[in-house]
Design a protein. Structure first.
Ligand SMILES: NC(=O)c1ccc[n+]([C@@H]2O[C@H](COP(=O)([O-])OP(=O)(O)OC[C@H]3O[C@@H](n4cnc5c(N)ncnc54)[C@H](O)[C@@H]3O)[C@@H](O)[C@H]2O)c1
Length: 421
């Protein structure tokens, strides 16, 4: 074998992982079907932002320990094969397995005894056993004895990859003991503590970690909607809940989304015998853009947003990242466009081109902080908005980025509340 490990799917999970294996001294082959992405990587350029990875890519390429290929079957040139392709959900509340199946179909004719196939993608419970069965059925090789299959879920948060890869406990669910041991030998190279379990427990632990976060953020979002109904201030209520109370700890509201949180709950719901609770959680989080648009309409004279300039700050789903996949900012913009508002957008990080800050703000009737980027989370930013926007501009800030503790407030009201004033 001319490589120690191959990584199939050089996305936000696969590429930093492949680079980390190479940095740990392994010979790594990265496989992806997207030839533009591969060309970029070959030229030494990261296709997305992830702190520390530009230098890492340069280092492992210079060391000759990282190569790439667009042929799926090439992955079998390494004894260990790690699958990191995307696993979206279908609108049927069901995992979309197409990319995983296409990877397995590419690998099938090349699979040899001793190969280890690791599923790193987030999957619905039962998927690792399906993968093992699919390979056994297709090739007649016994999993756990001749070839080996394990689920080793990725639990790292965007923008923290290199910090967390060496420290977060690495959960391994092997199909049979030997699969687990072989996967542990591979991941030990990265330095994090290894925790062995069964495949389905590894699958459940991964998706429920995300379900926990998704539900945790739905509560303050629902409270924000309740407060609007009762004329209360959500930030005051949160402060009352949490202040010196040993059983407090409610999170802050915001636009809760992103590819993982928005879809992973559906992997639990797809076979649920008591469906409902997590769909309700999703409905609350998905309802935030609509709640904000309704709040604007209620406050603006005439009750509608037609021909009003609405400036949206932030396209990314997460603070200080360039990841706008499944961001609720896009949903907010679509809803505003359906109100016939004139929408202007600014984001300093995302690949989608946006307006300059000054251009987006000038004359705005409404400014919405859709992403709590640190560039927006300052009193100076609010001051710039005040000087550029319409004098009676409505500021919508569900994150409390400006520290004024108002979801909806006019710039004139905020002047009195400015924490620096
Ligand atoms: N992004 C995150 O922060 C994160 C965190 C934890 C877990 N996950 C999970 O990890 C998995 C990957 O997520 P991602 O964000 O890296 O996705 P991504 O879309 O950024 O990357 C997937 C890559 O796989 C490639 N690909 C798709 N089908 C292929 C095939 N048949 N052969 C070769 N390459 C193929 C695509 O071209 C793409 O480059 C998903 O299951 C996701 O839920 C993601």
């Amino acid at each position: 074998m001319d490589f120690d490990v191959s990584v199939i799917g050089l996305g936000r999970v696969g590429l930093p992982l492949a680079l980390s294996f190479a940095d740990a001294g392994l010979r790594v082959l990265g496989v992806d079907k997207d030839s533009d992405r591969l060309e970029r990587i070959r030229a030494g350029r990261m296709p997305f932002q992830e702190p520390g990875t530009d230098a890492l890519l340069e280092r492992v390429q210079a060391a000759g320990r990282f190569d790439v290929s667009d042929r799926g079957g090439d992955a079998a040139r390494a004894q260990s094969i790690v699958v990191t392709v995307g696993t979206p959900t279908l609108s049927h509340i069901e995992i979309d397995m197409r990319d995983i199946r296409s990877v397995l179909d590419d690998l099938m004719p090349h699979l040899q005894p001793e190969h280890l196939v690791v599923l790193r993608s987030t999957v619905a419970p039962g998927t690792t056993e399906f993968v093992a069965g699919y390979l056994e059925k297709g090739r007649g090789l016994r999993v756990g004895e001749e070839v080996f299959v394990a689920h080793v879920p990725e639990r790292i948060a965007a923008a923290r990859f290199l910090e967390e890869i060496a420290t977060l406990p690495c959960i391994i669910g092997g199909v049979g003991e030997e699969s687990g041991e072989r996967a542990a030998r591979l991941f030990e190279a990265l330095g994090a503590p290894i925790v062995q379990t069964t495949p389905v427990q590894a699958e459940l632990a991964k998706i429920w970690a995300n379900i926990l976060r998704y539900a945790t953020f739905a509560l303050p979002n629902l409270l924000m909607m309740d407060c609007e109904r009762y004329g209360a201030n959500v930030f005051d209520v949160i402060e009352l809940i949490n202040r010196d109370y040993p059983r407090g700890g409610i999170a802050m509201p915001g636009m809760t989304a992103g590819t993982c949180l928005r879809k992973d709950f559906a992997f639990s719901e797809e076979r649920s015998t008591a469906p409902g609770m997590l769909l309700a959680v999703s409905r609350v989080n998905e309802g935030v853009p609509n709640f904000l648009v309704d709040g604007m309409r209620r406050r603006l004279g005439g009750g509608n947003l037609r021909n009003r300039k609405v400036a949206v700050l932030g396209l990314a789903f997460k603070r200080d990242t360039d990841d706008e996949r499944d961001s609720l900012s896009h949903k907010l913009i679509r809803l505003l466009e359906r109100e016939l508002a004139d929408v202007a957008v600014h984001d300093p990080h995302t690949p989608t081109p946006t307006a300059e800050f000054e251009e987006a703000m000038t004359g705005a009737d409404v400014v919405v902080v859709a992403t709590n980027h640190s560039a927006y989370s300052t009193p100076e930013c609010l001051e710039r908005i005040r000087s550029l926007a319409h004098p009676d501009c409505l500021v919508v800030d569900p994150w409390n980025a400006f520290g004024t503790a108002q979801v909806f407030a006019y710039t004139s009201e905020l002047a009195a509340l400015d924490p620096t004033a």
